[in-house]
Design a protein. Structure first.
Length: 119
């Protein structure tokens, strides 16, 4: 019997998806971008390792595998890494005079900060 992801993980991933849909409908491009990349980072972390039992793929065998179930700490870490990366990149951009793009990245980092404060 497999364990289910912690309630925080389920709630956060669903909130990210719901907010992505709302951002798309509102044509909020910066929010869409940050939510898409964060969802993708979480999904990449859930992917089973490529060197598992079905690698290399063989003809006639199913390549579907169960996703890895992340803990709350792992999901928080992914969101924090995405946030920190934007902050770091913003600092680098300020250093080369790209203040406008740096402000955009800081706004994206703030969006992600709001997801870390939940729960």
């Amino acid at each position: 019997m497999t364990e289910h992801p912690p309630p925080f993980v389920i709630a956060l991933t669903q909130r990210l998806r719901d907010d992505l849909l709302a951002a798309r409908k509102a044509r909020d491009a910066p929010r869409v971008t940050v939510l898409r990349t964060t969802i993708a980072a979480i999904e990449n972390a859930e992917a089973p390792p490529a060197d598992g039992p079905a690698w290399p793929p063989q003809v006639g065998l199913s390549t579907d595998h169960a996703r890895l179930e992340l803990t709350e700490a792992q999901v928080r870490s992914i969101v924090e890494q995405e946030r920190a990366e934007r902050e770091h990149d913003a600092d680098d951009l300020v250093a080369v005079g790209q203040d406008e793009r740096a402000a955009e990245l800081r706004a994206e980092a703030e969006i992600l900060r709001s997801y870390l404060e939940v729960g």
